[in-house]
Design a protein around this ligand. Sequence first.
Ligand code: PHE
Length: 446
Amino acid sequence: MSIKREHWGSRLGFIMATAGSAIGLGNIWKFPYMAGENGGAAFIIIYLALVFTIGLSVLLAEIMIGRSTQSDAVTAFKKLGHGGFSVVGYMGIAAAFMILSFYCVVAGWTIAYIIKFASGHFVGMGGAELGAEFGSFIAAPVKPILYQGGFVILTVIVVLGGIANGIERAGKILMPLLFVILIALVIRGVTLPGAERGLEFFLAPDFSKITGSTIMAALGQAFFSLSLGMGAILTYGSYLDKTANIGKSASQVAFLDTLVAILAGLAILPAVFAFNMDPGAGPGLTFVTLPAVFSAMPGGYIFGPLFFCLLTIAALTSSVSLLEPLVAFFSTKGFSRAQITIASGFLTFLMGIPCSLSFGLLSDFKIIDRNFFDLMDFLTANLMLPIGGMLIAIFAGWVITPLAIREVSGEGDHGLLTKAWIFILRFVAPIAIALILLSGLDIIQF
Ligand code: PHE
């Protein structure tokens, strides 16, 4: 029994859903602290260069493979006659669970913050108190796990209902709203007294901070933020019909994703400096800085809960896209959408427990020098997604080149952009990804 292949209502629907997948905690929670830890503007320049060369090219390749095969990430490669590349799909399934495990923990924190804000819990707290508050909240053994479970249930509900009607429609209204609030936050953030140092940190590059592992972090962030290398975008592309101009759609998604990340950085980093906080504070940055900004702005107690509400929704449109490839694949094995979704949700919840406890009970439990949460993040973003992306680039650039060209440009038209795309897929992406991984893992040194 296989489910009927749904299609997006319109090209806009596809863009919103794909941008919904791309825009999430990766942009608002992860990007600012990654930039903060890795040298600010220098990191951002490398990130931008990677997004608009390798990232955009792999994004387009995934959409192209999905659309032309109308299949999940395992079946697609088999249909194209190269079942060996299905390893991308299998690795993607493992990556989906691993990402979901820590993603849902952070999304659980955002739900908790809606409630804390709305109940007036933060009234009168300064930066230091907000930091202590956050630290003790995530270290608790039970509550964060309950919130994580709550978020998993939300994700399951949306995926159960299919995406076209629920999340596609919600995204069209709520994503623009998130955007507006983010702009308001940027304005408040950059006009705080003392924000200049943050702006400088964000805008003036210091390349001495760049090392192999910084570049690996930027590459991993590019793949994570664009949802690449694990079959999510490929699966979304498979719900697309043949008429859409996918080159244009891919560029728009990459642009929107980057814009939101930069705005989040502008909202958060200047405020970090204005409140004398540490830009290298890591995963807690957003949860400590933003509440401080909200308390320092008029109407903050309306904007605060609203912002965390929208962040939860942004996370939801991403977590849905992590579950959907599992549904697409396992439904070819005779399972129903409901069976797959509920079973995957349960497994996600279980895997989330050690992630959540990484900040408390299990904080001393380290594998390759990382707690469980960081390990899941590192293995997926920095290794599995770039390796998946490299295989996709090689596949589209070398193995199915004529099909790839035909799909994006229409027959006969070999425009310059298509040529550049193939060149990046063939040479730039595989070589750069290999070098970055080898140097990031300290296997080679420049
Ligand atoms: N791109 C999402 C974000 O930035 C995370 C994600 C990664 C979603 C991989 C799907 C696949 O939050």
